[in-house]
Design a protein around this ligand. Structure first.
Ligand code: SF4
Ligand code: SF4
Length: 237
């Protein structure tokens, strides 16, 4: 994002709307281009009385794609993650005996550079992760090594969602690797572990998380009845 210095009247209204604190007041408002992730929040806030914002989404498509969730370019998949991660009863994506791992570097509030995101994807790849193919970030990495394409490594984005899965017995090893990497990335990241409920209602990965002393917050989403036939088919494969 750019602010046209010939148009801005220095009212200061936009500064608080930037989640990355990339707007500062000089003689007029100025955007720090290196910190700006092209999320468009400043412009969408509709507080500028003179329409001084100039989007640079075309010039910086990767920042735009991973910061504005409505954008599909240039990965071909809209948003930061897949649309169906929370609806396993429809997709059957997470099989019994596997644990889904979702890592979101950058939120809340810090944003993330792709070279930090790559530290996580390479670590996951080194542990044998199966990366979700219908995920925009997966389109940008080698699924064998987790390496990102070179030309975008210094780009900053609001966040990106890494989605992969492992055999459930590997959960402890994966969590420990993520714990270790937290000291080596210059951003925050959240981790979600995804497991299927057994017929008795238990989710077995809870035991492992408890043993590791992790305070977890269970979340679930059920589309009652909607996906049962598909889930049953996948189980039988
Ligand atoms: S586009 Fe987003 S990151 Fe860039 S200045 Fe506006 S609010 Fe801040
Ligand atoms: S809201 Fe518009 S006029 Fe006011 S400081 Fe920001 S860019 Fe300038």
């Amino acid at each position: 994002m750019r602010i046209d210095p010939g148009v801005c009247i220095s009212c200061g209204s936009c500064v608080v709307w930037c989640p990355l604190r990339a707007i500062r007041m000089e003689d007029v408002a100025v955007v720090d281009r290196d910190e700006c992730v092209e999320c468009g929040a400043c412009r969408r806030a509709d507080v500028c009385p003179v329409d001084a914002f100039r989007s640079e989404s075309d010039e910086r498509p990767y920042r735009f794609a991973f910061s504005d969730p409505s954008v599909a370019k240039p990965t071909g998949i809209a948003g930061r993650g897949t649309e169906e991660m929370k609806t396993n009863d429809v997709t059957g994506r997470f099989k019994r005996g596997r644990v889904g791992i979702c890592i979101e570097p950058g939120r809340p509030g810090t944003g993330a550079r792709f070279h930090d995101i790559e530290k996580i994807t390479t670590t996951m790849a080194g542990l044998g992760a199966h990366f979700e193919p219908a995920n925009p970030l997966t389109r940008l990495i080698s699924v064998q090594t987790g390496k990102l394409q070179e030309d975008i490594r210094d780009e900053k984005v609001m966040s990106a969602v890494i989605e992969c899965d492992f055999p459930e017995p590997q959960l402890r090893e994966v969590i420990r690797a993520l714990d270790a990497i937290a000291d080596h990335v210059d951003c925050v990241f959240s981790v979600s572990c995804i497991g299927r409920a057994e017929t008795d209602g238990l989710v077995t990965l809870e035991h492992t998380l408890r043993e590791l002393g992790i305070a977890y917050y269970p979340n679930g989403k059920t589309n009652l009845g909607m996906g049962r036939p598909l889930a049953a088919e996948v189980d039988e494969q």
